[in-house]
Design a binder for this molecule. Structure first.
Ligand code: G3P
Ligand code: CA
Length: 270
């Protein structure tokens, strides 16, 4: 028979963790609006997200533009490489129509446009998709927008870029993104995923604030304890399944990134 006191304790811990966890709108409310546009950021905020995540690249003429892919094909229909295009060329594209006619005319935003939408007390997770070459212009844009370490957190898969952010913008929080693909048991040559201890070591040696892991990471409570003991925050992406979100919230993550911020929060209500 299950112990009622343990069940009550479990419910109390889960209730506290559900109340504390931040919900992050992935590329804005990208289930409902075209990703990484002003429309999806606005919708993320209006759906009650605690933070909006947005991806950035550097244009040919050195401006910081918001887009997930390094080319514009998927979200605008025009097959162009962002680093080979000027801001004017990029701004002429339609980044909304692919999601539905009601979004026609949405542009690829400049980072400063997305920063201007952050409500007081909320945070934008800015994912740098490039190498460190973007950091000087990124710093200029943050300063011009009055962004601070309270309103912006920097995330990236690129450790060298995060190290450059630590040097140039030492006050800003930095999260190391890490995907996880289970090794193919039938393929002995398949690339082995890194261990969580490798990831912890790299994040610590770079002086980062924490880890932001793909939901598929097979993390145990003991692994989570080692992340915590290393002084690192733990976050997770991209979760649109309430059961998966509950699993990670049970592990004690600080935030869950989702394409459906309003819907997921509703599903997680006790
Ligand atoms: O929030 C992290 C997540 O956005 C990383 O993956 O491919 O969606 O940029 P991706
Ligand atoms: Ca991203």
């Amino acid at each position: 028979m299950r112990c009622p006191r343990r069940i009550a304790l479990f419910i109390a811990v889960m209730t506290a963790r559900l109340a504390a966890v931040d919900i992050v709108a992935h590329r804005g409310a990208s289930h409902d609006a075209p990703e990484n546009t002003v429309a999806s950021a606005r919708l993320g905020w209006s759906q009650g997200a605690d933070a909006v995540e947005t991806d950035i690249h550097l244009t040919k003429d050195g401006r910081v533009i918001v887009c997930h892919d390094k080319t514009t094909k998927r979200t605008t229909g025009h097959d162009g490489l962002i680093t080979a295009m000027t801001l004017a060329e990029l701004r002429a594209l339609d980044a909304g129509r692919w999601k539905g006619p009601q979004f026609a005319g949405e542009k690829l935003p400049l980072l400063e446009e997305q920063l201007a939408l952050i409500p007081a007390g909320k945070t934008m997770l800015v994912e740098i998709k490039t190498g460190p070459e973007i950091v000087p212009e990124f710093r200029r844009v943050l300063a011009a927008a009055g962004a601070t370490e309270r309103s912006v957190t920097v995330i990236s898969f690129n450790l060298e870029t995060l190290k450059a952010v630590r040097r140039e913008l030492p006050a800003f929080r930095t999260l190391y993104l890490m995907g996880y693909k289970a090794p193919d048991a039938k393929d002995p040559k398949a690339k082995r995923p890194p261990s969580i201890d490798d990831v912890i070591r790299d994040a610590k040696s770079a002086g980062l604030t924490g880890l932001d892991l793909q939901y598929s990471w097979p993390l145990t409570p003991a692994d989570v304890k080692r992340v915590r003991d290393a002084g690192l925050e733990l976050h997770v992406w991209t979760v649109d399944d309430p059961a998966v979100a509950r699993h990670w919230i049970g592990l004690g993550v600080a935030s869950v990134t989702t394409n459906r911020p309003g819907w997921l929060r509703g599903q997680l209500k006790p």
